[in-house]
Design a protein around this ligand. Structure first.
Ligand SMILES: Nc1ncnc2c1ncn2[C@@H]1O[C@H](COP(=O)(O)OP(=O)(O)OP(=O)(O)O)[C@@H](O)[C@H]1O
Ligand SMILES: [Mg+2]
Length: 266
């Protein structure tokens, strides 16, 4: 049961109008149970493609992703996914959006039990008074909290997050990062999160996986994040290793930036 998530030789080739495009090539990673990993890299390097293959939303061309030795070939309730945009069902209230997910993972629950579980997850995700409101009535930040609650409602082993906070202003983003950390401290789910934001990655993750630029994006470097938990933002910012690690990440990204003309030609 407690084996790592194993990603081996993961490769994705897209067929495009101008021929095959190798988005990801030989991506290798093991993620330990309960670990929080952030995936960082330039736009287009293949982060979302890797996450989509872990989620089972896309099939690998070669290689694969294994959970407990079993290769993933479809989505499952063991993996809760949150995307950049909230994607809630507009005709359902916040609590019903979340209860729908609870029903998928726990079909044996009565309607009352689903609602109870959904409310618990909404509370954990910091959705205060908005349980009965519809997505259009909620701010993007609150909608994204509901999305997080919906993923948590599956009680999944894995949380897969694709830039979940990138549409938010920085204060709301800080709030949501703290909510995510609290939820993670309580549940210790295994998290794989894609982000563009170096400070966000350093604040949240146990390990940072830096991807080389595409085509053929793969793991270029892995950085252990040494800050103790539970984390306080101010303490992390004042840690002597913070700016050294930040500089290392920026240097990596500068060294692995593929010039636009090379990318377009491939
Ligand atoms: N369905 C598809 N068909 C063809 N090419 C695709 C498809 N999906 C993604 N790609 C290409 O694969 C590469 C990797 O895309 P991906 O979305 O995984 O990048 P990313 O690292 O998540 O970028 P961003 O940071 O901008 O979200 C890109 O060049 C993209 O154009
Ligand atoms: Mg992406």
């Amino acid at each position: 049961m407690n084996r790592p998530l194993e990603i081996t030789s993961l490769t994705k080739i897209f067929q495009t109008a101008s021929g095959p495009y190798v988005a990801v090539r030989d991506f290798e990673l093991k993620v330990e149970p309960g670990e929080f990993v952030c995936l960082l890299g330039h736009s287009g390097c293949g982060k979302s493609t890797v996450l989509a293959m872990i989620a089972g939303l896309q099939r690998a061309t070669f290689g694969g992703v294994c959970i407990d030795g079993k290769e993933i070939d479809e989505p499952g309730t063991d993996r809760g996914v949150v995307f950049q945009a909230p994607c809630l069902l507009p005709w359902l209230s916040a609590v019903d959006n979340v209860a729908l997910a609870t029903g998928q993972a726990f079909p044996e629950y009565t309607r009352q039990e689903r609602q109870k579980q959904a409310r618990k997850c909404l509370e954990l995700a910091g959705v205060g008074e908005a349980f009965d409101q519809h997505p259009a009535e909620l701010s993007i930040g609150t909608q994204q909290r509901v999305s997080l609650a919906r993923a948590l409602a599956l009680d999944p082993r894995f949380l897969l997050l694709d830039e979940p906070f990138s549409m938010l202003d920085s204060f709301t983003r800080f709030d949501l990062q703290d909510t995510l950390l609290e939820a993670w401290e309580q549940s210790r789910k295994t998290v794989v999160m894609v982000t563009h934001d170096i400070d966000e990655a350093l604040y949240l993750a146990d390990r940072l996986v830096l991807m080389t630029d595409g085509p053929g994006g793969r793991v270029g470097d892995i950085i252990d994040v040494p800050f103790r938990r539970p984390r306080q933002r101010a303490e992390v910012l004042e840690h002597p290793a913070y700016y050294t690690l930040r500089a290392r990440i920026i240097r990596f990204l500068e060294e692995h930036a593929t010039p636009q003309e090379v990318r377009l030609a491939s």
